[in-house]
Design a protein around this ligand. Structure first.
Ligand code: ZN
Length: 234
């Protein structure tokens, strides 16, 4: 039973320290970071899109005004020389405004392109991380299934050994296993505790010899449960 328990401990340890678990934790942290950056990048793209639409609309509005002024002049609606002169100045100023707005438009477009590229890259990296996380989760689950199947079969193997043992003895054994590096019971062999390797003195051997077979005997040195066999030297 001790060997079964030791194997089960090892499996439980493996279960808690699967290599995938550390990688999943690291990757999840970096995915969260990427996702936050992607969200920021999306906000930048949205802001620049709004800005671009605004500049586009401004350009269109000024062009509309220029067209209207030109039409009025072409249709001969402006005849007064002073008005003509003023209209000429206004058209010049509209041209300058259009040119500066178009520069701004190009600059916003370039920034939007950069932001969109950043966003696309981040989204691709999040997708890649998700993909890898799914692979790791599948590998982890596969390992867990193997470990759990063995744990279940160990449990089944252990059941007949445990059956009929008093609950308080099992509890003591479990407690000792935790305290004594996984070994809760040790064979008494040739008057020696195989848990701590110390010899048992004659007086104690006499006590053990006199004890009923179902008494729980403990090593005085290491406190482990001593298992009596034909090799105990009693
Ligand atoms: Zn001992």
């Amino acid at each position: 039973m001790q060997a079964l328990d030791a194997r089960a401990d090892l499996l439980r340890h493996q279960r808690a320290s699967l290599p995938e678990l550390a990688e999943i934790a690291t990757l999840q942290a970096s995915r969260t970071d990427l996702d936050n950056r992607a969200r920021d990048a999306r906000i930048t793209v949205d802001d620049l899109t709004v800005e671009q639409e605004k500049v586009d609309a401004d350009v269109e509005a000024v062009k509309t005004r220029r067209r209207r002024d030109r039409d009025r002049m072409d249709q001969g609606l402006v005849t007064n020389p002073k008005d003509l002169e003023r209209m000429g100045h206004e058209l010049e100023s509209l041209e300058r405004r259009i040119s500066s707005l178009e520069d701004e438009e190009l600059e916003v477009m370039a920034r939007l392109e950069d932001a969109q590229r950043d966003l696309d890259e981040l989204v691709a990296r999040v997708t890649e991380a998700d993909h890898r996380l799914a692979e790791l989760a599948a590998a982890r689950d596969e390992r867990l299934a193997v470990i759990d199947a063995e744990l279940t079969s160990l449990e089944a193997e252990r059941a007949p050994a445990v059956e009929g043992l008093p609950a308080d003895l099992l509890a003591l054994y479990g407690r000792l296993r935790e305290q004594k590096g996984g070994i809760g019971a040790a064979e008494l062999r040739q008057r020696r505790c195989t848990g701590c390797q110390l010899g048992i003195d004659n007086a104690e051997i006499a006590v053990i010899r006199a004890a009923p077979a179902d008494d729980v005997i403990r090593c005085e040195e290491c406190q482990r449960i001593l298992v009596r066999t034909a090799e105990s030297g009693l």
